[in-house]
Design a protein around this ligand. Structure first.
Ligand SMILES: CC(C)(COP(=O)(O)OP(=O)(O)OC[C@H]1O[C@@H](n2cnc3c(N)ncnc32)[C@H](O)[C@@H]1OP(=O)(O)O)[C@@H](O)C(=O)NCCC(=O)NCCS
Length: 261
């Protein structure tokens, strides 16, 4: 009998009922599954440090419990756990396998190499045919997953607030800043945060993360004029397969799907 998890914490509000675009013609209507967790609600539900009590034993694998036990900062532990919570839902939905017990599913991280840190899913000790991505920005953790051998996915969630000019200097190209020159402060913060979130989603999908400086990636040029480029891991050529974003309650959610060719 599978262990039942409190479903309403992790889902009930998919970010977008979305599909890989026509740019990936051999994958029509392939669902990307999204799950979002309210970190505070999860924390309240499972105890003040989210690892207390018997509850933890039921949804983390032995290895995940070890990893979690080594995270000493409470915030990091909460983010990590909430990310895994969202990621397990997303992975099992992408595989249409909700019946699988959660302690058989592991969300680990690539060790070393050009995509160090990238989340990887294992089921019963075998790598699962699914790509998964995680992001957290208090109070939200999100994950998305897709099951296709050539698709790579990235997701990011960011809070919108007015930022120092120094933020734009780190996050945006000179051209991107020029395009926003006529916007008022509020709109400009939203736009800058959206572009930043799309860039992080892109860089997670490539596996590079912030090893690539954000100021070298003009995100809308990439998204609107898709050309092939080399992925971080193994240098395989890839192209854009789909992307999207949404804003809710002062948070921006962005995702990017890339297809290796
Ligand atoms: C990926 C990255 C941009 C995420 O930044 P962040 O501020 O932590 O933002 P988010 O909360 O949105 O994302 C965190 C998630 O990104 C994922 N991630 C980490 N490295 C990743 C990579 N190379 N590719 C794809 N995803 C990655 C992880 O799942 C992580 O969550 P988890 O650790 O709880 O599993 C950043 O971690 C990075 O640039 N990593 C690569 C560089 C690196 O290895 N730095 C050393 C870290 S010690």
């Amino acid at each position: 009998m599978p262990f039942a998890l409190p479903y309403e914490l992790a889902t009930g509000y998919p970010i977008h009922a979305t599909y890989v675009s026509e740019l990936a013609p051999d994958t029509p209507n392939l669902p990307i599954t999204f799950h979002r967790v309210d970190i505070r609600a999860l924390n309240d539900r499972v105890g003040s440090n989210m690892v207390d009590g018997a509850w933890k034993l039921k949804w983390l694998s032995k290895k995940e419990r070890e990893i979690c036990g080594n995270l000493s900062a409470p915030k990091r532990r909460q983010d990590w756990l909430a990310g895994r919570y969202a990621a397990k839902w997303a992975v099992l939905d992408a595989l249409a396998a909700r019946e699988i017990d959660w302690d058989r599913v592991e969300i680990l991280a690539a060790q070393g190499g050009p995509d160090h840190g990238r989340p990887l899913a294992r089921i019963d000790g075998q790598w699962a045919p699914v790509d998964v991505s995680i992001s957290h920005s208090n109070p939200i953790a999100v994950a998305c997953a897709v099951s296709h051998p050539r698709l790579r996915i990235g997701i990011d969630v960011e809070q919108i607030y007015e930022r120092e000019a120094s933020f734009e200097a780190v996050a945006l190209t000179a051209e991107e800043r020029r395009r926003m020159a006529s916007l008022g402060a509020h709109l400009r913060s939203r736009e800058a945060t959206k572009q930043w979130a799309l860039k992080e989603a892109w860089l997670k999908a490539t596996g590079q993360g912030l090893r690539a400086p954000l100021t070298t990636l003009d995100i809308f040029r990439r998204l609107e004029n898709p050309t092939s480029f080399a992925m971080a891991a193994g240098g395989r050529a890839a192209t854009l397969a789909g992307w999207g974003w949404t804003m809710q309650n002062d948070m921006v959610y962005a995702w990017v799907a890339l297809q290796t060719v």
